[in-house]
Write a protein that binds this ligand. Structure first.
Ligand code: DC
Length: 238
């Protein structure tokens, strides 16, 4: 089945794709996963689940509760006792994130959280708890999850697995444009260094490292627009 780009509008392609697929989109920071995942979910009438936002929300909670970052059992307890919720958003705010009923959508994107989330996401007890939640959310299908370990650990039997990446320089350049459009100051060299460091930490951690699943489709988006990537994934679902 061939689906052209101009057919990829909200819900229009959903009739052509089973309602119950699980779609996993993994890849490194700044590859455009969340934009693409949200667009694919909207086009298919599926639920979008941003798993990175769940790790960010857990990080926000730990900072909020002033828990010592080396106290892994206190961290695990706080995360297990908390309620992290994702509620559907729109094109501008892809998803709304709540921790124990408090909206933290904007706060979890701060530079401080971005710096702390990677080491916290390497803690086994946090991962175990969030992975269970992610599996429950995905259970009925009709979902697009984006993250680092969706195709390898969370949903090893997902119907469609994508590994979306771009070269570090392209990702840093895209992030620079994004931050500038938000009126935030940033410089290319620092962004590039942060991206390379985050890639290294996410790829080399012991538990659920960033890795392409053997049965995933690799998409290198250096020379592709968001529309191109979305169209390519939807073709794979049909
Ligand atoms: O996609 P993001 O930048 O919002 O993710 C935030 C952090 O969470 C990132 O450092 C990697 C981690 N993460 C993870 O370990 N596993 C996931 N499934 C999603 C994100």
């Amino acid at each position: 089945m061939v689906i052209s780009e101009n057919q990829i509008r909200k819900g229009e392609t959903s009739a052509r794709v089973q309602k119950t697929l699980q779609i996993a989109i993994d890849g490194p920071a700044g590859a455009g996963k969340s934009t693409v995942a949200k667009r694919v979910a909207d086009a298919l009438g599926y639920l979008y689940i941003d798993t990175g936002a769940m790790y960010r929300a857990a990080t926000w909670l730990i900072i909020q509760k002033n828990i010592d970052l080396s106290d892994h059992s206190a961290i695990a307890r706080a995360v297990a006792e908390s309620k992290i919720e994702l509620r559907p958003g729109d094109a501008e705010e892809k998803i709304h994130v709540f921790v124990n009923g408090v909206e933290v959508t904007k706060q979890i994107r701060s530079q401080n959280i971005t710096k702390l989330v990677s080491p916290l996401a390497a803690i086994g007890a946090i991962r175990e708890h969030l992975v269970n939640q992610q599996r429950q959310l995905a259970m009925t299908g009709g979902v697009v999850l984006d993250g680092r370990d969706i195709g390898t650990v969370v949903l090893p039997d997902a119907n469609v697995k994508i590994f979306l990446t771009a070269s570090p320089s392209v990702r840093a350049q895209r992030r620079l444009i994004e931050l500038k459009s938000l009126g935030e100051s940033a410089d290319y060299e620092t962004l590039l260094k942060d991206i390379v460091e985050r890639d290294q930490r996410d790829t080399n951690r012991e538990i659920a490292p960033l890795r392409m699943a053997d049965d995933a489709v690799l998409i290198l988006s250096d020379n592709m627009s968001v529309d191109d990537v979305v169209a390519h994934i939807i073709k794979l679902c049909a």
